[in-house]
Design a protein around this ligand. Sequence first.
Ligand code: CO
Length: 174
Amino acid sequence: MAVRRISQADEMVVRQKAKKVRDFAPSLKALGDDMVETMRAAPGIGLAAPQIGVPLRVIVVELPQVEGEEDPQRGKLFVICNPEVVKSWGEEEGDEGCLSLPGYVGEVKRASRVTVKGQDLKGKKIRVKAQGLLARALQHEIDHLNGMLFTARLESIDKLRRLEKAEGETELAI
Ligand code: CO
């Protein structure tokens, strides 16, 4: 496993559509491991393969445990190949940042609950039901696979602002 360099917003690889995973070879497991390690080291709560320079449809998401919070979605690692939102409900606006655009956050509207289907690293079908921050992170990562950054979803550029250190960047870096 290795921590990889994170591609930035001005790099081609994060601006293009990633390819579907068709070959569930052992090398895919190595990619997943590197993505998890890179996400945790950043630190961030999600990462898409194009962000480490690999144009494949693979995402990882993990919300850290928070003392006193009983959210069962926390502390669980999700590694999903070919993820797709198959159902979504509601809408909520919330702050979001991106590991490919450090130092900025913006208010983005997302579905409040989603069902995502995809495959694990061995090609087995999986389905994830998510709400709140987990739902937001999944939607953010799937956008990355389509070459889209959260800045493209802002209502206006006024919704983008510089992050102040006190705001707790870790929970927003996706
Ligand atoms: Co991002």
